[in-house]
Design a protein around this ligand. Structure first.
Ligand code: NAI
Ligand code: MG
Length: 354
């Protein structure tokens, strides 16, 4: 029997609740498909930071590295200055584990209503591939003359040929396995240097994928095309910041942040990949039991696929989709069931679905 070691970082706010619900589905899928999951909780996030002053130390990174995959809820807490947890934990792990590609499917499941008129399950099925370790997220820069009217902030953006090529190659492979269409999303009309490198990379790698058509859309124009005409996209490849922004837009199109899954993927398999919903810790609803665990459960399904358990992944995804189709509302108290109850329902559905 295959056995997998899964590191679980619930994190902050709604993170632990949605992760627990997702894990219920994972354990049910393991039982049904005949493999075992050994899940180990890692105490990371705001509480630990406030208690110890430590966000992430080398020892924990080494311990996480020993696992086959990481399941993450979310981090971020109003009591902690912005960036300390988000950069110190999530961005740090993406870099430490060479999770160079962020995979964010935008799919409207049958029976789920998009808030955007005209978007249907037939015309909304695309994947955003986001470069995950560079761009403006590298964090370099400075603030000089802070607190004066002469303050100067510099925020560096880095685009390397190597990371761009790795992301673009992954996107072409995915497009080839899907509907054979790839769209580069950037801002080549203003960000000439970085944009030029992205476009050249797509043109060059594209020559090796003659079956994949590729085109280009500016990031600002994407904010119109994605909600109004999602059907024109198959795989969208983009840089770190644009990917962050357009995948929240994609989340809205597919029914809300509570439904949008993601993977921080190491394409070379040199370290564990990390699976997390697109949403954050949602402090506005934390502790209320209203968070939709679908995004976390769909991320867990991506995790199972990443581990090579494709049947289990498809069953978990189908179970989530079937539960979503029955919900009177996709978020808030009108959902009719708590986060925990939805986790149980998903797990039951995993065991019973045909
Ligand atoms: P958010 O994604 O946490 O929440 C945005 C809105 O969506 C809120 O109104 C929230 O209630 C709603 N929402 C999010 N997830 C939901 C779910 N599962 N079910 C129902 N409604 C849901 O973004 P926000 O408020 O900008 O950030 C909150 C904190 O999370 C911040 O500290 C931020 O830095 C952090 N964050 C962390 C991320 C991560 O851990 N990967 C990603 C995004 C934000
Ligand atoms: Mg985001």
């Amino acid at each position: 029997m295959n056995a997998y070691k899964l590191a679980v970082v619930g994190g902050d706010g709604i993170g632990p609740d949605v992760t627990r619900a997702a894990l219920a589905g994972v354990h049910a899928a393991a039982a049904r498909c005949g493999f075992s999951i050994e899940a180990t909780d890692f105490d990371l996030g705001a509480e630990r930071y406030l208690r110890t002053g430590v966000v992430l130390e080398e020892e924990t990174v080494s311990a996480l590295r020993e696992h086959d995959a990481i399941l993450l809820g979310a981090v971020g807490d109003p009591r902690v200055a912005p960036g300390i947890l988000e950069r110190g934990l999530i961005v740090a792990l993406r870099v430490a584990f060479a999770q160079s590609v962020n995979i964010r499917p935008v799919r409207l499941y049958p029976g789920v209503e998009s808030p955007v008129r005209g978007v249907t399950a037939q015309n909304c099925d695309l994947v955003v591939i986001r470069e995950n370790t560079e761009g403006l997220y590298t964090g370099g820069g400075s603030l000089s003359h802070a607190g004066t009217e002469h303050a100067v902030a510099l925020q560096n953006s880095i685009t390397t040929a190597a990371a761009t090529a790795e992301t673009v190659e992954f996107a072409f492979q995915l497009a080839q396995a899907r509907r054979g269409r790839l769209t580069l999303c950037h801002k080549t009309n203003i960000l000439l240097h970085a944009g030029g490198l992205w476009q050249d990379t797509v043109d060059q790698i594209g020559q090796r994928y003659p079956q994949v058509e590729h085109d280009y859309v500016h990031a600002d124009a994407m904010c119109q095309h994605l909600p109004l005409d999602p059907g024109r996209f198959d795989v969208v490849v983009t840089d770190n910041l644009f990917g962050d922004i357009i995948s929240d837009l994609g989340a809205t199109v597919q029914g809300g942040l509570g439904l949008a899954a993601g993977a921080n993927y190491n394409p070379r398999g040199t370290a564990p990949s990390m699976y997390e919903p697109v949403h954050g810790s949602a402090p506005d609803i934390a502790g209320k039991g209203w968070a939709n665990p679908a995004a976390a459960a769909l991320s867990a399904a991506m995790c199972l696929a990443g581990l090579g358990e494709r049947t289990a992944a498809l069953i978990l995804e189908a179970a989530v989709a079937s539960v979503l189709a029955e919900l009177p509302s996709l978020a808030g108290p009108d959902m009719g069931r708590s986060t925990e109850e939805l986790g149980e329902l998903i797990a039951d559905r995993v065991s019973s679905i045909e």
